[in-house]
Unconditional design. Structure first.
Length: 341
């Protein structure tokens, strides 16, 4: 009888332990899933410090960043009783506490460099710090190329909560004081934008916070390496109007060489840009220069034909008119490229 009583007691203690463990797990699971205070929107502060913008890829429409992010909120359930508070921080794994469910929408290969661990103080203030490196997608607009300005964005949303449940608050947005390493650009930090991310398929809005960086392209490089050489090629074709109309081989050789050179330059410009359905300023300039060179070839052929059919004076007069008209047309091409939109 005594043995039976002891056995029943042991089984009862084990059952109580299992029940307590299950209750504890249920409490933890509920803490992880439920927002800290259901009576009002949870405020989540977000700080981003851009350590570096490594590169901007025009063709793939990506930019590579190295940034440090700090996210903070208050969860009173993680606070300690007054008699246990010592002013120290506790480390807790992110998968063991409630989180706002943050997601960077335009992530194209970001990697976390630090452990997913949050610091919690005695009052339940949670701080999560993470260094992030990788690529982000951005929608680049090239109509003004090479005088364009772009916006590089870090698009952060909460995939769990809408704006009535969770408020993303941009606490601080800053960048390296000594500039970024991406060549060919100047960068300016813009004010973050708080908005909503609408999902039309399910008619749901999510809390959204967009950090923006203005990227201004350094156009001097393209002026020196693209527009200046093209201008020289155009004026190389212009020299045919200074050669006597009866000198046919030299006039045709200069015109055809100018055409081939200009076509090669046009291809090299396009290789550095994505395939877009509209014309950029650079495209207008290249197309205008190409038409000018073809006009020079056409005038050279006509003048040479006139010179060979006893109309030399008319051919010389055509040369004289073409010298002035050609310069005027080139000025029109430059004006159109700079003021097309």
């Amino acid at each position: 009888m005594r043995l039976l009583s002891v056995t029943i007691l042991i089984v009862g203690l084990m059952a109580a332990h299992v029940t307590a463990a299950e209750t504890s797990d249920t409490t933890v699971a509920a803490t992880q899933l439920a927002r800290p205070d259901q009576s009002k929107a949870t405020v989540v502060d977000v700080d981003i410090f851009l350590i570096d913008i490594v590169a901007v890829d025009d063709v793939k429409q990506l930019f590579r960043v190295d940034m440090f992010m700090v996210v903070g909120w208050k969860d009173g359930r993680l606070g300690l009783p007054l008699e246990q508070r010592m002013g120290s921080l506790r480390s807790m794994p992110m998968d063991k506490i409630w989180t706002p469910g943050g997601l960077i929408v335009n992530d194209r290969g970001l990697q976390n460099r630090l452990a997913r661990v949050a610091e919690v103080d005695d009052s339940g203030n949670v701080t999560y710090r993470q260094r992030i490196y990788g690529e982000l997608a951005t929608n680049l607009e090239f109509k003004e190329f090479p005088f364009d300005e772009q916006q590089l964005i870090i698009d952060l949303i909460s995939y769990r909560y809408g704006p009535e449940e969770l408020k993303l608050n941009p606490s601080k947005f800053a960048g390296a004081a000594n500039g970024f390493s991406a060549e060919g650009w100047r960068f300016e930090m813009l004010e973050p934008e708080v908005s909503e991310y609408f999902v039309p398929e399910v008619n749901v809005s999510k809390s959204r916070l967009i950090f923006k960086v203005k990227a201004i392209r350094d156009s001097e490089y393209y002026l020196l390496t693209m527009m200046l050489p093209m201008s020289l090629i155009v004026f190389m074709a212009w020299t045919v109007f200074w050669i006597q109309p009866e000198v046919v081989p030299s006039r045709i050789a200069i015109s055809t060489a100018s055409i081939f050179s200009l076509i090669a330059f046009g291809f090299s410009v396009r290789l550095g840009l994505p395939r877009v359905s509209y014309m950029t300023r650079a495209d207008v300039f290249v197309l205008g220069c190409t038409l000018l060179v073809f006009i020079a070839l056409a005038v050279a052929v006509i003048g040479s034909r006139w010179a060979g059919s006893d109309r030399l004076e008319r051919a010389i007069k055509l040369n004289a008119i073409a010298r002035l008209a050609y310069v005027g047309l080139f000025g029109l091409v430059v004006f159109a490229a700079l003021n097309i939109w």
